[in-house]
Design a protein around this ligand. Structure first.
Ligand SMILES: O=C(O)CCC(=O)C(=O)O
Length: 272
């Protein structure tokens, strides 16, 4: 396969490896993150935490789906009623989700993989509805909104079991090391790669597991061929001082991009 082109804003990128001492991850997970761009944290959320999370998302996700039904072709950008929904910025609406975003497991992942001063950057639920046949195509998260530093963290929390039958993540191990790749816009989203290629690897996860990957790890999800909704809640974290390049805005909106780790310490989320 031809080497993929870089984003024109990506000059001289070098991967900043995660180095210990670590609070949560082990050496094998650190090696996998540095060399392959991802790893799995098993059983991060127990059953009650999963139920609280799903219940907190439900009213907002349902409202969003109702709105999509009123739109031409029941679509808005990449969201589609009865297909795939993206429910964003839920930490502005739910104390349960705000607390989850700053839970020790995520704060410690931030410490281990980003550093001593880290903020929540983005949160969204992504639900794939039963029988939805379309993939969510290959992209890097930094291919959507170009942030500097390019290297931030995505935690894909499985709220339901996810495997190849219902749209678990797939990754291309090792492709994070060159920084942000060139993306082009399609009706299914921004795309940096068409073919899976032999290296593409599915990352199945049980409900409560977290697929941890870099903003630079190319990933995709497949169709949902089952009769159940595939549910994920995604939390992304960026180092203090991160900026959106287009607008030159700091990623520090106080209502949703609050500190998670400050001077190396876990921080409670601000009240709603
Ligand atoms: O969960 C999915 O199906 C895709 C979500 C995703 O890759 C993203 O939001 O960047």
């Amino acid at each position: 396969m031809k080497p993929m082109e870089l984003d024109m804003r990506n000059h001289g990128f070098t991967w900043k490896p995660a180095r210990g001492p670590f609070r949560l991850i082990d050496e094998a997970q650190a090696r996998s993150f540095n060399e392959r761009g991802f790893f799995l944290v098993e059983n991060a959320l127990d059953r009650p935490a999963l139920e609280r999370t799903i219940d907190a998302i439900a009213p907002w996700e349902e409202k969003g789906e109702e709105y999509l039904r009123t739109q031409p072709n029941k679509r808005m950008f990449i969201a589609e009623a009865d297909g795939i929904t993206f429910t964003v910025h839920l930490v502005k609406r739910s104390w349960t989700l705000r607390q989850l975003s700053a839970a020790p497991v995520f704060a410690d992942l931030c410490h281990d993989l980003i550093g001593r001063d880290v903020r929540l950057y983005w949160d969204q639920a992504v639900y794939k509805k039963p029988g939805y046949p379309k993939p969510f195509p290959w992209h890097q998260d930094n291919g959507y909104t170009y942030v500097e530093p390019q290297q931030y963290l995505t935690c894909w929390i499985a709220l339901t079991d996810a495997d190849e039958s219902n749209g678990c993540p797939w990754v291309v191990p090792g492709s994070h090391l060159r920084g942000t790749l060139k993306h082009h816009l399609t009706e299914l989203g921004w795309v940096c790669r068409i073919e899976d290629g032999p290296e593409a690897t599915p990352v199945p996860a049980h409900a409560g597991d977290v697929v941890v990957f870099s903003s630079l790890t190319p990933h995709r999800t497949g169709p949902n061929l089952t009769q159940e909704v595939r549910k994920t809640y995604i939390l992304q974290y960026a180092p203090e001082g991160a900026r959106v390049v287009e607008s030159d805005a700091l990623c520090n909106a106080p209502d949703r991009q609050y500190p998670i780790v400050k001077d190396g310490n876990r921080v409670a989320p601000p009240p709603l």
